[in-house]
Write a protein that binds this ligand. Structure first.
Ligand code: HEM
Length: 398
Protein backbone atom coordinates (compact mmCIF):
# COMPACT_ATOMS: atom_id res chain seq x y z
CA UNK A 1 0.00 0.00 0.00
CA UNK A 2 2.58 2.56 1.09
CA UNK A 3 4.90 1.43 -1.73
CA UNK A 4 2.12 2.29 -4.15
CA UNK A 5 1.75 5.76 -2.57
CA UNK A 6 5.52 6.27 -2.90
CA UNK A 7 5.36 5.34 -6.59
CA UNK A 8 2.37 7.64 -7.09
CA UNK A 9 4.15 10.63 -5.52
CA UNK A 10 6.94 10.38 -8.08
CA UNK A 11 4.76 10.56 -11.22
CA UNK A 12 4.31 13.53 -13.61
CA UNK A 13 0.55 13.24 -13.03
CA UNK A 14 1.08 13.86 -9.32
CA UNK A 15 3.44 16.79 -9.98
CA UNK A 16 0.85 18.39 -12.28
CA UNK A 17 -2.02 17.92 -9.82
CA UNK A 18 -1.30 16.38 -6.41
CA UNK A 19 -4.71 17.26 -4.98
CA UNK A 20 -6.74 14.13 -5.92
CA UNK A 21 -4.05 12.06 -4.15
CA UNK A 22 -4.12 14.36 -1.10
CA UNK A 23 -7.93 14.13 -0.98
CA UNK A 24 -7.74 10.33 -0.92
CA UNK A 25 -5.00 10.33 1.72
CA UNK A 26 -7.00 12.66 4.00
CA UNK A 27 -10.08 10.45 3.65
CA UNK A 28 -8.43 7.02 3.81
CA UNK A 29 -4.77 7.01 4.94
CA UNK A 30 -4.13 10.27 6.82
CA UNK A 31 -0.99 8.92 8.57
CA UNK A 32 1.22 6.59 6.50
CA UNK A 33 4.77 5.30 6.29
CA UNK A 34 6.63 6.38 3.16
CA UNK A 35 9.81 4.49 2.31
CA UNK A 36 12.45 6.77 0.85
CA UNK A 37 16.10 7.06 -0.05
CA UNK A 38 17.45 9.66 2.39
CA UNK A 39 16.46 8.59 5.92
CA UNK A 40 16.96 5.08 7.24
CA UNK A 41 13.84 3.23 6.14
CA UNK A 42 11.63 6.18 5.42
CA UNK A 43 9.34 8.63 7.17
CA UNK A 44 5.83 8.99 8.53
CA UNK A 45 3.68 11.37 6.47
CA UNK A 46 0.78 13.22 8.04
CA UNK A 47 -1.88 14.71 5.77
CA UNK A 48 -4.78 15.98 7.93
CA UNK A 49 -4.82 19.55 9.25
CA UNK A 50 -5.61 18.61 12.89
CA UNK A 51 -2.79 16.02 12.95
CA UNK A 52 -0.33 18.47 11.37
CA UNK A 53 -1.09 21.18 13.93
CA UNK A 54 -1.05 18.60 16.78
CA UNK A 55 2.50 17.59 15.80
CA UNK A 56 3.62 21.21 15.37
CA UNK A 57 2.33 22.27 18.78
CA UNK A 58 2.00 19.29 21.12
CA UNK A 59 3.68 16.07 20.03
CA UNK A 60 7.02 14.97 21.53
CA UNK A 61 9.26 15.79 18.59
CA UNK A 62 12.73 17.15 17.97
CA UNK A 63 14.43 18.68 14.94
CA UNK A 64 18.10 18.63 15.83
CA UNK A 65 19.68 16.36 13.18
CA UNK A 66 22.97 16.26 15.09
CA UNK A 67 21.19 13.91 17.55
CA UNK A 68 20.85 11.26 14.86
CA UNK A 69 23.31 11.94 12.01
CA UNK A 70 27.10 11.48 12.11
CA UNK A 71 28.89 14.88 12.42
CA UNK A 72 30.58 14.54 9.00
CA UNK A 73 27.17 14.34 7.30
CA UNK A 74 25.89 17.61 8.76
CA UNK A 75 25.70 20.69 6.52
CA UNK A 76 25.61 24.34 7.67
CA UNK A 77 21.83 24.09 7.26
CA UNK A 78 21.71 21.48 10.05
CA UNK A 79 23.26 24.05 12.38
CA UNK A 80 20.77 26.77 11.51
CA UNK A 81 17.62 27.50 13.52
CA UNK A 82 15.26 25.47 11.32
CA UNK A 83 16.94 22.21 12.39
CA UNK A 84 17.47 23.12 16.06
CA UNK A 85 15.39 22.82 19.22
CA UNK A 86 15.01 25.09 22.24
CA UNK A 87 17.04 26.51 23.90
CA UNK A 88 19.41 26.69 20.84
CA UNK A 89 16.55 27.49 18.49
CA UNK A 90 15.23 30.25 20.77
CA UNK A 91 18.69 31.76 21.01
CA UNK A 92 19.37 31.68 17.25
CA UNK A 93 15.94 33.04 16.38
CA UNK A 94 16.31 35.87 18.90
CA UNK A 95 19.73 36.83 17.52
CA UNK A 96 18.38 36.72 13.96
CA UNK A 97 15.49 38.97 14.86
CA UNK A 98 17.92 41.63 16.12
CA UNK A 99 19.18 41.90 12.53
CA UNK A 100 16.06 40.89 10.57
CA UNK A 101 13.97 43.75 11.96
CA UNK A 102 10.59 45.01 10.68
CA UNK A 103 12.35 48.32 9.91
CA UNK A 104 14.99 46.64 7.74
CA UNK A 105 12.27 44.71 5.90
CA UNK A 106 10.03 47.75 5.41
CA UNK A 107 12.96 49.75 4.11
CA UNK A 108 13.33 47.27 1.23
CA UNK A 109 9.87 48.03 -0.17
CA UNK A 110 10.88 50.95 -2.44
CA UNK A 111 13.68 48.80 -3.93
CA UNK A 112 11.30 45.90 -4.48
CA UNK A 113 8.90 48.27 -6.28
CA UNK A 114 11.65 49.62 -8.48
CA UNK A 115 13.04 46.18 -9.39
CA UNK A 116 9.56 44.88 -10.11
CA UNK A 117 8.75 47.80 -12.43
CA UNK A 118 12.01 47.32 -14.34
CA UNK A 119 11.29 43.63 -14.92
CA UNK A 120 7.69 44.35 -15.97
CA UNK A 121 8.74 47.07 -18.40
CA UNK A 122 10.95 44.58 -20.22
CA UNK A 123 8.11 42.07 -20.38
CA UNK A 124 5.70 44.70 -21.76
CA UNK A 125 8.14 45.66 -24.50
CA UNK A 126 8.28 42.06 -25.73
CA UNK A 127 4.62 41.16 -25.09
CA UNK A 128 5.51 37.49 -24.45
CA UNK A 129 7.44 36.12 -21.51
CA UNK A 130 8.37 33.14 -19.44
CA UNK A 131 7.06 34.62 -16.23
CA UNK A 132 9.35 32.47 -14.08
CA UNK A 133 12.64 33.38 -15.81
CA UNK A 134 11.64 36.97 -16.53
CA UNK A 135 10.01 37.96 -13.25
CA UNK A 136 9.24 35.40 -10.50
CA UNK A 137 12.85 34.15 -10.28
CA UNK A 138 14.88 37.38 -10.55
CA UNK A 139 12.75 39.48 -8.17
CA UNK A 140 13.21 37.41 -4.97
CA UNK A 141 16.89 36.77 -5.68
CA UNK A 142 17.47 40.51 -6.04
CA UNK A 143 15.62 41.09 -2.77
CA UNK A 144 17.39 38.43 -0.70
CA UNK A 145 20.78 39.29 -2.22
CA UNK A 146 20.27 42.98 -1.53
CA UNK A 147 19.15 42.19 2.02
CA UNK A 148 22.21 40.03 2.68
CA UNK A 149 24.54 42.41 0.82
CA UNK A 150 25.50 40.12 -2.07
CA UNK A 151 26.88 42.05 -5.07
CA UNK A 152 24.59 42.30 -8.10
CA UNK A 153 26.95 40.44 -10.45
CA UNK A 154 26.69 37.30 -8.28
CA UNK A 155 22.90 37.04 -8.40
CA UNK A 156 22.73 34.45 -11.18
CA UNK A 157 25.20 32.11 -9.48
CA UNK A 158 23.26 32.48 -6.26
CA UNK A 159 19.98 31.64 -7.89
CA UNK A 160 21.46 28.54 -9.59
CA UNK A 161 22.98 27.23 -6.35
CA UNK A 162 19.75 27.71 -4.45
CA UNK A 163 17.80 25.88 -7.18
CA UNK A 164 20.24 22.92 -7.20
CA UNK A 165 20.20 22.58 -3.41
CA UNK A 166 16.41 22.54 -3.25
CA UNK A 167 15.94 20.13 -6.18
CA UNK A 168 18.59 17.71 -4.89
CA UNK A 169 17.08 17.54 -1.42
CA UNK A 170 13.89 15.73 -2.42
CA UNK A 171 13.74 12.54 -0.38
CA UNK A 172 10.85 11.06 -2.36
CA UNK A 173 12.26 11.50 -5.85
CA UNK A 174 15.87 10.97 -4.77
CA UNK A 175 18.28 10.68 -7.70
CA UNK A 176 22.04 10.42 -7.30
CA UNK A 177 22.89 13.05 -9.87
CA UNK A 178 20.60 15.67 -8.31
CA UNK A 179 21.99 14.85 -4.85
CA UNK A 180 25.57 15.28 -6.09
CA UNK A 181 24.75 18.59 -7.81
CA UNK A 182 23.08 19.70 -4.58
CA UNK A 183 26.19 18.90 -2.50
CA UNK A 184 28.45 20.72 -4.96
CA UNK A 185 26.16 23.75 -4.94
CA UNK A 186 26.17 23.74 -1.13
CA UNK A 187 30.00 23.65 -1.09
CA UNK A 188 30.15 26.61 -3.51
CA UNK A 189 27.63 28.57 -1.47
CA UNK A 190 29.50 27.91 1.77
CA UNK A 191 32.82 29.02 0.21
CA UNK A 192 31.11 32.13 -1.14
CA UNK A 193 29.53 33.12 2.18
CA UNK A 194 32.73 32.36 4.12
CA UNK A 195 34.59 34.89 2.02
CA UNK A 196 31.74 37.45 2.11
CA UNK A 197 31.45 37.20 5.93
CA UNK A 198 35.20 37.71 6.19
CA UNK A 199 34.97 40.87 4.04
CA UNK A 200 32.05 42.26 6.06
CA UNK A 201 33.89 41.55 9.30
CA UNK A 202 36.71 43.78 8.08
CA UNK A 203 34.46 46.41 6.49
CA UNK A 204 30.88 46.38 7.80
CA UNK A 205 28.13 47.82 5.58
CA UNK A 206 24.46 48.55 6.06
CA UNK A 207 23.39 44.98 5.21
CA UNK A 208 22.02 41.94 7.01
CA UNK A 209 25.33 40.04 7.13
CA UNK A 210 27.02 42.98 8.87
CA UNK A 211 24.01 43.26 11.22
CA UNK A 212 24.20 39.51 11.99
CA UNK A 213 27.93 39.81 12.73
CA UNK A 214 27.15 42.65 15.11
CA UNK A 215 24.00 41.06 16.61
CA UNK A 216 24.36 40.58 20.32
CA UNK A 217 22.06 39.41 23.05
CA UNK A 218 23.64 40.43 26.35
CA UNK A 219 26.99 38.60 26.17
CA UNK A 220 25.78 36.22 23.48
CA UNK A 221 26.58 36.36 19.75
CA UNK A 222 26.61 34.05 16.72
CA UNK A 223 29.60 31.73 16.29
CA UNK A 224 31.26 31.48 12.86
CA UNK A 225 29.41 28.22 12.08
CA UNK A 226 26.09 29.67 13.20
CA UNK A 227 26.61 32.78 11.09
CA UNK A 228 27.32 30.66 8.04
CA UNK A 229 24.30 28.45 8.74
CA UNK A 230 22.09 31.51 9.14
CA UNK A 231 23.19 33.02 5.79
CA UNK A 232 22.69 29.73 3.93
CA UNK A 233 19.27 29.23 5.56
CA UNK A 234 18.08 32.76 4.75
CA UNK A 235 19.09 32.39 1.11
CA UNK A 236 17.61 28.91 0.66
CA UNK A 237 14.46 29.50 2.72
CA UNK A 238 13.83 32.92 1.28
CA UNK A 239 14.44 32.44 -2.40
CA UNK A 240 12.87 29.37 -4.01
CA UNK A 241 9.75 29.63 -1.83
CA UNK A 242 9.02 33.20 -2.91
CA UNK A 243 9.63 32.37 -6.60
CA UNK A 244 7.03 29.64 -6.17
CA UNK A 245 4.50 31.90 -4.45
CA UNK A 246 4.65 34.43 -7.30
CA UNK A 247 4.66 31.76 -10.06
CA UNK A 248 1.97 29.54 -8.53
CA UNK A 249 -0.11 32.58 -7.57
CA UNK A 250 -0.10 33.99 -11.08
CA UNK A 251 -0.93 30.61 -12.65
CA UNK A 252 -3.82 30.21 -10.23
CA UNK A 253 -5.21 33.68 -10.95
CA UNK A 254 -4.99 33.11 -14.71
CA UNK A 255 -6.75 29.76 -14.34
CA UNK A 256 -9.57 31.47 -12.40
CA UNK A 257 -10.61 34.46 -14.55
CA UNK A 258 -13.64 35.23 -12.35
CA UNK A 259 -11.37 35.65 -9.30
CA UNK A 260 -8.87 37.68 -11.32
CA UNK A 261 -11.66 40.00 -12.49
CA UNK A 262 -12.94 40.35 -8.92
CA UNK A 263 -9.45 41.28 -7.73
CA UNK A 264 -9.07 43.83 -10.53
CA UNK A 265 -12.33 45.48 -9.41
CA UNK A 266 -11.58 45.24 -5.68
CA UNK A 267 -7.93 45.82 -4.83
CA UNK A 268 -8.84 45.50 -1.13
CA UNK A 269 -8.95 41.72 -1.74
CA UNK A 270 -5.23 41.61 -2.53
CA UNK A 271 -4.24 40.66 1.04
CA UNK A 272 -6.72 37.76 1.37
CA UNK A 273 -5.91 36.75 -2.24
CA UNK A 274 -2.24 36.27 -1.35
CA UNK A 275 -3.18 34.18 1.70
CA UNK A 276 -5.43 32.11 -0.57
CA UNK A 277 -2.54 31.57 -3.02
CA UNK A 278 -0.43 30.32 -0.10
CA UNK A 279 -3.20 27.88 0.80
CA UNK A 280 -4.33 26.79 -2.65
CA UNK A 281 -0.91 26.07 -4.25
CA UNK A 282 1.40 26.05 -1.23
CA UNK A 283 5.05 26.72 -2.18
CA UNK A 284 6.18 24.38 0.65
CA UNK A 285 4.15 21.18 0.28
CA UNK A 286 5.88 19.14 2.99
CA UNK A 287 7.68 20.29 6.13
CA UNK A 288 11.38 19.96 6.81
CA UNK A 289 12.26 16.82 8.84
CA UNK A 290 11.07 16.27 12.39
CA UNK A 291 11.77 13.23 14.57
CA UNK A 292 9.80 11.54 17.38
CA UNK A 293 11.52 12.25 20.72
CA UNK A 294 9.60 9.33 22.25
CA UNK A 295 7.08 6.93 20.81
CA UNK A 296 3.49 8.16 20.48
CA UNK A 297 0.32 7.19 18.73
CA UNK A 298 -1.63 9.11 16.14
CA UNK A 299 -4.67 7.89 14.18
CA UNK A 300 -3.99 4.36 15.48
CA UNK A 301 -0.41 4.37 14.11
CA UNK A 302 2.49 3.97 16.50
CA UNK A 303 5.37 6.32 15.73
CA UNK A 304 8.55 5.01 17.35
CA UNK A 305 11.17 7.21 19.04
CA UNK A 306 13.71 8.46 16.49
CA UNK A 307 11.49 7.93 13.41
CA UNK A 308 11.22 10.78 10.91
CA UNK A 309 7.95 12.67 10.41
CA UNK A 310 6.94 14.84 7.48
CA UNK A 311 3.96 17.19 7.66
CA UNK A 312 2.03 17.54 4.41
CA UNK A 313 1.24 21.28 4.50
CA UNK A 314 -0.10 21.17 0.92
CA UNK A 315 -2.61 18.46 1.85
CA UNK A 316 -3.57 20.02 5.21
CA UNK A 317 -4.34 23.28 3.39
CA UNK A 318 -7.00 21.41 1.36
CA UNK A 319 -8.52 19.59 4.33
CA UNK A 320 -12.34 19.95 3.99
CA UNK A 321 -12.73 19.77 7.79
CA UNK A 322 -10.99 23.16 8.08
CA UNK A 323 -11.50 24.82 4.68
CA UNK A 324 -15.06 24.73 3.31
CA UNK A 325 -15.05 23.78 -0.39
CA UNK A 326 -11.23 23.42 -0.24
CA UNK A 327 -10.68 23.00 -3.99
CA UNK A 328 -12.29 26.35 -4.73
CA UNK A 329 -9.87 29.26 -5.17
CA UNK A 330 -11.60 32.16 -3.42
CA UNK A 331 -9.77 35.49 -3.10
CA UNK A 332 -12.23 36.57 -0.41
CA UNK A 333 -11.80 33.44 1.77
CA UNK A 334 -12.11 34.27 5.45
CA UNK A 335 -11.02 32.90 7.85
CA UNK A 336 -8.02 31.26 6.19
CA UNK A 337 -5.88 29.56 8.85
CA UNK A 338 -3.53 27.95 6.30
CA UNK A 339 -0.19 26.44 7.30
CA UNK A 340 1.65 27.70 4.19
CA UNK A 341 4.24 29.35 6.46
CA UNK A 342 4.17 26.48 8.98
CA UNK A 343 3.08 27.09 12.57
CA UNK A 344 4.53 26.98 16.08
CA UNK A 345 8.08 27.90 17.04
CA UNK A 346 9.44 27.35 13.51
CA UNK A 347 6.80 29.58 11.89
CA UNK A 348 8.44 31.26 8.88
CA UNK A 349 10.71 34.08 10.00
CA UNK A 350 10.53 35.64 6.52
CA UNK A 351 6.71 35.67 6.22
CA UNK A 352 6.47 39.51 6.48
CA UNK A 353 9.07 39.90 3.71
CA UNK A 354 7.43 37.27 1.49
CA UNK A 355 4.06 39.02 1.93
CA UNK A 356 5.54 42.40 0.93
CA UNK A 357 7.15 40.88 -2.18
CA UNK A 358 3.90 39.19 -3.16
CA UNK A 359 1.86 42.36 -2.59
CA UNK A 360 4.21 44.41 -4.75
CA UNK A 361 4.32 41.71 -7.44
CA UNK A 362 0.56 41.21 -7.74
CA UNK A 363 -0.41 44.87 -7.45
CA UNK A 364 2.08 45.64 -10.26
CA UNK A 365 0.92 42.72 -12.41
CA UNK A 366 -2.72 43.83 -12.05
CA UNK A 367 -1.87 47.43 -12.86
CA UNK A 368 0.76 47.08 -15.58
CA UNK A 369 -0.21 43.86 -17.38
CA UNK A 370 -3.95 44.29 -17.95
CA UNK A 371 -4.10 41.70 -20.75
CA UNK A 372 -1.81 39.01 -19.29
CA UNK A 373 -2.96 35.48 -20.17
CA UNK A 374 -1.55 31.96 -20.29
CA UNK A 375 0.30 30.92 -23.44
CA UNK A 376 0.02 27.22 -22.51
CA UNK A 377 -2.56 25.07 -20.77
CA UNK A 378 0.09 22.61 -19.53
CA UNK A 379 2.72 24.53 -17.59
CA UNK A 380 5.81 22.58 -16.60
CA UNK A 381 6.27 21.82 -12.87
CA UNK A 382 9.68 21.32 -11.30
CA UNK A 383 10.46 17.69 -10.43
CA UNK A 384 10.29 18.23 -6.68
CA UNK A 385 7.58 16.94 -4.34
CA UNK A 386 8.26 18.78 -1.08
CA UNK A 387 8.12 22.17 -2.77
CA UNK A 388 5.70 23.16 -5.49
CA UNK A 389 6.85 25.45 -8.24
CA UNK A 390 6.84 25.95 -11.99
CA UNK A 391 9.86 25.51 -14.18
CA UNK A 392 8.36 27.74 -16.88
CA UNK A 393 5.22 29.86 -17.17
CA UNK A 394 4.76 31.15 -20.73
CA UNK A 395 2.40 34.14 -20.89
CA UNK A 396 1.26 36.72 -23.44
CA UNK A 397 0.46 40.30 -22.60
CA UNK A 398 -0.15 42.02 -25.98
C1 HEM B 1 6.36 32.53 0.09
C2 HEM B 1 7.51 32.45 0.64
C3 HEM B 1 7.82 31.55 1.81
C4 HEM B 1 7.19 30.41 2.23
C5 HEM B 1 5.98 29.73 1.62
C6 HEM B 1 7.90 29.95 3.41
C7 HEM B 1 7.54 28.84 4.14
C8 HEM B 1 8.16 28.44 5.32
C9 HEM B 1 7.75 27.32 6.11
C10 HEM B 1 6.57 26.37 5.78
C11 HEM B 1 8.57 27.24 7.19
C12 HEM B 1 8.49 26.19 8.32
C13 HEM B 1 9.08 24.88 7.89
C14 HEM B 1 8.90 23.77 8.91
O1 HEM B 1 8.37 24.01 10.01
O2 HEM B 1 9.29 22.63 8.58
C15 HEM B 1 9.52 28.33 7.07
C16 HEM B 1 10.52 28.60 7.99
C17 HEM B 1 11.46 29.59 7.79
N1 HEM B 1 11.49 30.53 6.78
FE1 HEM B 1 10.17 30.74 5.31
N2 HEM B 1 8.94 30.81 3.67
C18 HEM B 1 8.92 31.81 2.72
C19 HEM B 1 9.77 32.88 2.63
C20 HEM B 1 10.82 33.13 3.48
C21 HEM B 1 11.71 34.25 3.39
C22 HEM B 1 11.60 35.39 2.36
C23 HEM B 1 12.64 34.10 4.37
C24 HEM B 1 13.83 34.95 4.75
C25 HEM B 1 14.42 35.79 4.00
C26 HEM B 1 12.32 32.89 5.11
C27 HEM B 1 13.01 32.40 6.19
C28 HEM B 1 12.59 31.32 6.97
C29 HEM B 1 13.32 30.89 8.16
C30 HEM B 1 14.60 31.50 8.73
C31 HEM B 1 12.61 29.80 8.67
C32 HEM B 1 12.97 28.98 9.93
C33 HEM B 1 12.29 29.57 11.14
C34 HEM B 1 12.59 28.78 12.42
O3 HEM B 1 13.11 27.66 12.36
O4 HEM B 1 12.28 29.33 13.50
N3 HEM B 1 11.20 32.33 4.52
N4 HEM B 1 9.24 29.05 5.93
Amino acid sequence: MTESIAAELATPTFLADPYPVYRRLIAQTPVFWLPHSNAPGGMWCVARYDHVTFILHQAPIFKDTSRIAPPDRLTPLDRAMLQRDPPDHTRLRRLASHAFTPRRIQSLEPHIEQMSLELLTRIRERSTADFIADYARPLPIMVIAELLGVPFEDHDRFSAWSDQIMTGSDSVLGGEEAARASQEAMASLVAYFTSLIERRRRQPRDDLISALIAARDAEDRLSEDELLGMCVLLLIAGHETTVNLIGNGLLTLLRHPDQLALLRRHSEYLTPAIEEMLRFESPVQRSTPRFAAESFEIEGQRIEAGQQISLMFGAANRDPAYFPDPDRFDVTRHPNPHVGFGSGIHYCLGAPLARIEARVAFSHILEHLPTIRLATDQPEWKPVTWLRGLRRLPVRCD
